[in-house]
Design a protein around this ligand. Sequence first.
Ligand code: ZN
Length: 123
Amino acid sequence: MKLSNFEDSIEDVILERGLDYFQNGRVENVIETTDGYTVEINGSDYYTVEIYLGHEDQVVDSFCDCPYDWGPHCKHIAAALFAIREKELKPKKSNKKNAARNIAELFNFAWTVKRLMLIIVAS
Ligand SMILES: [Zn+2]
């Protein structure tokens, strides 16, 4: 499954519970690792979820240390995926904004220099 459409691969009931956890701030820590993320979830107990990401946001593997064993994904993994996707999508947008702002500032600076030169030349 991919980070962009992990909903397709996880049961609806689990997704709903995971989203609920995510929206209620139970995802306490999203820590970037060399090959994915470690996510700390404050549920009925503290659980640690590990998500391994491959190329193009492919979710290669996922683990949770909770006792749930009814299926491949528990609500903690779902909550972690919601949190990671938000984290992955947000910085990219703001980076683009920052880049655009930096370019604008550079142009402003160039324009100021040009005007100063004109003033100097004129006087
Ligand atoms: Zn779990």
